[in-house]
Design a protein around this ligand. Structure first.
Ligand code: HEM
Length: 264
């Protein structure tokens, strides 16, 4: 089943009959396959509730405002070379010293496509951090960078202002860019995660929730294809919904907003 309507997506995501497609449980300890079998994202029932509580507790100790100012400061310090900054800021907030391994571990986290490089990266991360911290880093990495990439595509520049995307050097900001509004509408119009999947435990059917289509459902979003940062808060589903939404939308927005402030 391919879900493209907002109401149907809400129904699926709030019904415990639909679970994330199970991942293999027999990976060798310390590998990416093993990690995927341990994290909240791919678990159900009591294990999901317990693992989710552990990441939520860890997140509660991190103030999004601190992430935002650290991301802004680091982006300015590095002359706009922002890639890697959200992950490094989060790693510092989690008390981890070196997450050079995150991109390689994160590359197969959602798909399960593991190779020796991803397995070595997972092992390096687990040497320094516990499971909740590793879960947070891997969940955050690609989605947050994807949001920043997409927001930069939508930023509009005054004709005579240099476009900061064309250079690593930060330039003076075009006046009037509202970073929050840009991010919210980017999340709706151009989500970094395009779909999420569920298994219907009654029928065995796979369900794909098409977040791009759901976020442009004309019953919910007037003129849905138009990128309009003046919409204000809208019920996009980019952070999920229902039983297991993203527990960190404020942290994600803070990291992205800090980087954009440093760039724009
Ligand atoms: C723009 C950035 C982000 C987006 C769009 C996003 C989106 C999502 C979505 C859609 C889910 C639910 C997936 C599903 O069940 O189908 C999810 C889960 C999760 N996200 Fe995020 N996320 C983002 C950033 C972050 C960040 C920065 C963190 C941590 C600091 C984080 C931590 C998590 C965790 C731990 C889960 C698993 C929750 C659970 O198992 O119950 N995410 N995210």
């Amino acid at each position: 089943m391919h879900v493209t309507r907002h109401a149907e997506a809400r129904t699926v995501l709030t019904d415990t009959r639909y679970v994330p497609p199970p991942v293999p449980q027999d990976g060798r300890e310390g590998t990416l396959a093993w990690l995927r079998a341990q994290v909240s994202r791919f678990s159900t029932g009591d294990a999901h509730a317990r693992r989710r509580r552990a990441v939520v507790e860890r997140l509660a100790a991190i103030d999004p405002a601190d992430l935002r100012s650290a991301a802004r400061a680091m982006t300015l310090e590095r002359d706009g070379e922002w890639r890697g900054i959200p992950t490094q800021v989060l790693e510092a907030a989690l008390g981890i010293k070196d997450t050079a391994a995150v991109p390689a571990a994160a590359s197969g986290y959602l798909t399960g496509e593991a190779g020796p490089e991803a397995d070595a990266a997972v092992a390096a991360l687990l040497d320094q951090a516990d499971l909740p911290a590793v879960t947070l880093l891997l969940q955050a990495h690609a989605a947050t960078e994807g949001l920043i990439d997409n927001a930069l595509k939508h930023a509009t520049w005054d004709g005579d202002q240099p476009d900061p995307r064309s250079s690593a050097t930060p330039r003076s900001a075009p006046t009037g860019i509202d970073v929050e509004a840009l991010l919210h509408e980017t999340l709706r119009h151009d989500p970094p995660l395009k779909a999420t999947r569920r298994l219907d435990t009654r029928t065995g059917d796979e369900v794909t929730i098409d977040l791009v289509a759901v976020n442009r459902d004309p019953d919910v979003f007037p003129d849905p294809d138009r990128f309009d940062p003046t919409r204000g808060p809208v019920p996009h589903m980019t952070f999920g919904h229902g039983v297991r939404p993203c527990p960190a939308p404020d942290h994600a927005l803070a990291l992205a907003a800090g980087v954009l402030e440093g760039l724009l």
